[in-house]
Design a protein around this ligand. Structure first.
Ligand SMILES: NC(=O)c1ccc[n+]([C@@H]2O[C@H](COP(=O)([O-])OP(=O)(O)OC[C@H]3O[C@@H](n4cnc5c(N)ncnc54)[C@H](O)[C@@H]3O)[C@@H](O)[C@H]2O)c1
Length: 392
């Protein structure tokens, strides 16, 4: 297949591009390097150094013999996206090219507006570009399990649910309640994609993915092929933050009571699952939702796993509970359904406990680099602090 990967320079985009090429597909990447710039803006950087895109492509060719094509550009510019699809004529487009940090989206009105416009406009452009160039192109859009929030009912793997209100029955879109402007952009993307499917019959896979952790995939065999690893308060996930804190000998900072449960998966399992979804598209004109995670874990579970792994490596770290900067339930019910990926033959290969040692081991080599950005770990953006948008 020929696959365009929007956001190919990112944490997931780069390893997925490598995996798709390893599986014999032609890959064309697109990226405007927004994440590289925005992580620097908050005073941090990837814990693991990464090469520039031209050097990454060169290394992938030298190490694995992969030939990757790349277009630098912003997917909020419709003309660019249209031109790339027209020139490349892909079978599928994977859409990762969004601002993906919840805390970054909550900094102030500028960051909220940027996140909303970057994410929603990019996705709408993709819908229009596919319909204009070739409606047979399958759209593989990355959403997030965070779209659902933490409802007190089982989370269905479906775009619609049946309801009865005052004795009358109907089908409505699956109820969602996101927890940040970033997460709401994913809900809006879902609604827009559903609408485009209804009116134009666009073929779409909407993936609801949980947080991904890890530094390696089968193809990341050399340090020149590393993917980024963010750990600061805006860009790092809880797993990354705990791993870096353990390497730096800092207490593991669990937010609130630490009972927040999410569905996690390793980078290796994420690229395997994504490859399956790309290679097995839905029927033409179908809208398919796929929940994507492997293990349900609470923040406290993760803190204990990291603490235990670090101990095995001779590092003793404490777990400390800090005031939760987010507005979220820190004890709740959580039971998402997952049937699409298993039906395609997805068998998770790793649990978090299996690879934390490797992650911490990879990070230890860059300890002095991480020391430089130590000040960026503690929360700086608090959801409840309504930021002033006064211009006077
Ligand atoms: N990493 C996770 O744990 C996770 C979990 C669930 C969902 N997701 C989603 O998966 C996707 C990829 O995540 P990631 O962790 O690789 O993020 P990332 O920030 O590392 O990668 C996104 C890439 O898109 C690029 N980009 C952003 N806006 C762009 C634009 N307007 N034009 C062109 N390129 C643009 C960025 O420069 C970056 O390289 C995101 O949409 C994210 O919301 C990620």
């Amino acid at each position: 297949m020929k696959i365009v990967v929007l956001g190919a320079d990112g944490y997931l985009g780069w390893p997925l591009s490598l995996r798709l090429m390893a599986r014999g597909h032609d890959v064309v990447g697109v990226d405007n390097f927004a994440t590289r710039k925005a992580v620097k803006e908050v005073g941090s950087d990837s814990a693991i150094p990464i090469l520039s895109m031209p050097d990454r492509i060169k290394a992938a060719k030298e190490i694995h013999g992969f030939k990757m094509k790349f277009h630098e550009g912003d997917v909020t510019k419709y003309e660019l996206l249209h031109k790339v699809l027209k020139e490349e004529k892909p079978d599928a487009v994977v859409h990762f090219a969004e601002q993906r940090s919840a805390p970054y989206s909550m900094i102030d009105v500028k960051h909220a507006a940027y996140t909303l416009s970057n994410n929603i406009v990019g996705s709408v452009n993709l819908i229009y570009a596919i319909m204009a160039v070739d409606p047979n192109i399958a759209s593989v859009k990355m959403g997030t399990m965070g779209e659902f929030g933490t409802p007190n009912f089982d989370i269905p793997e479906s775009a619609f649910v049946d309801v009865e209100i005052n004795g009358r029955k109907d089908r409505i879109t699956t109820p969602k309640f996101a927890g940040s402007w970033y997460h709401w952009t994913k809900v809006h993307d879902t609604n827009n994609l559903l609408f485009a499917n209804k009116v134009w019959g666009i073929t779409a896979t909407d993936i609801m993915q949980g947080p991904v952790y890890g530094t390696r995939t089968k193809e990341i065999t050399d340090e020149r092929l590393h993917t980024r690893f963010d750990f600061d308060q805006a860009w790092g996930t809880v797993v990354n933050r705990f791993c870096v804190e353990s390497v730096l000998g800092m207490p593991l900072t669990a937010y609130g009571k630490g009972g927040q449960i999410r569905g996690y998966l390793s980078l290796e399992d994420s690229v395997t699952a994504l490859s399956l979804l790309i290679e097995n598209p839905p029927k033409k004109g179908e809208y398919r939702v796929a929940n994507q995670f492997v293990e349900l874990l609470s923040v406290n579970n993760i803190a204990s796993l990291v603490q235990k792994t670090a101990k095995g490596l001779g590092i003793n770290v404490e777990i400390s509970h800090v005031d939760n900067p987010r507005v979220e339930a820190d004890t709740h019910y959580y039971n998402p359904e997952i049937k699409v990926l298993p039906s395609l033959g997805f068998h998770p290969s790793l649990k978090m406990a299996d690879i934390l040692g490797q992650v911490i081991g990879d990070l230890m080599r860059y300890k002095s680099r991480m020391e430089k950005f130590k000040g960026s770990i503690m929360p700086q953006t608090r959801w409840r602090d309504h930021p002033s948008a006064d211009t006077s």
